[in-house]
Write a protein that binds this ligand. Sequence first.
Ligand code: TXA
Ligand code: MG
Length: 336
Amino acid sequence: MPHRSQELARIEAATDAAIRLAADHIRRGDLVAFPTETVYGLGADATRGEAVAAIYEAKGRPSFNPLIAHVAGVDMAATLVDFDPLSRHLAETFWPGPLTLVLPARPDCPVSSLATAGLDTLAVRMPAHRVALDLIVAAGVPIVAPSANVSGHVSPTSAAHVYGDLSRRIPLILDGGRTEVGLESTILQVQGGIPYLLRPGGLAREEIEAAAGLTVVRSEGDPSAAPVAPGMLASHYAPRARVRLDVHRVEPGEALLAFGGAPVRGVGEAARVLNLSPSGNLREAAANLFDMLRRVDGDDISGIAVAPIPANGLGEAIRDRLTRAAAPRDRNGFGS
Ligand code: TXA
Ligand code: MG
């Protein structure tokens, strides 16, 4: 549901009634800003692609970074991702708290592919804040939430900061006072038993090392040696097939990603056709983007042709992602 920009966001003290109201918004597909112990998050139902698209729209993000799914406990996280023993130990040690773990998404993970930016992994964390946890439980779904600021601004540590950035873009801000940590969560990914630090944050590396009994490897420098947080370096899902943008005519053997109702010539000879949004709705197109990229991709096609997509609003991020998918690859098969 697009929020009407004439209406200003309501700031509600985070009472039980306000949290129930916020949970209703989340379940309806609306956005709600809420406090965590690190910074305020801009939350949406992780399982609803169009709600996730609305996050990028509200933040004015020019690209799709994968988001963190906030959960109410290890058990809830285990419905979304597969834990290795070390990651489970770290979750049990530091949750609730400012530690985000990047883990393989389960095959039946209900989180929207837009929230993971098409990756096979999902970042999960259990925040140490009563309001955040009550909200997740009341909504009954994992809540994806980037920091609740406009793209390019610093992360908000009070409801007033959120209001300053997003008052015309979201219906509700839950006010839980100043956040305690004031710094985003530490992001960690265990691979082959080695803990890699993807983003330093509110949980100190030394604490993780003490609990793990292992050295935490900083994943900077050589990106081929270690995983990286896509927000810091691009490593999103990229299709194998070559991608052509702003196509008015499909070549035989190409797959077509259509948009809206505008006619594209040669459709009859396309190997496959999927429409990102038959009605030409950018939010729907964003929600479908990564899933449809995977579905049209394959060894049997000569390339992926993409119909013209407008560059305004969410179209900018959609085009950014497709442009990177079209760019030359490095040896890992990812756009750089
Ligand atoms: O403290 C926090 O983490 C706050 C509060 C609201 O929880 N959230 C936050 O979200 O800082 P955001 O979207 O501003 O930063 C999320 C970071 C990005 O750098 C993103 O690239 C990385 O997490 N990330 C998310 N999913 C990932 C994945 N599957 N693999 C690697 N990095 C991932
Ligand atoms: Mg942020």
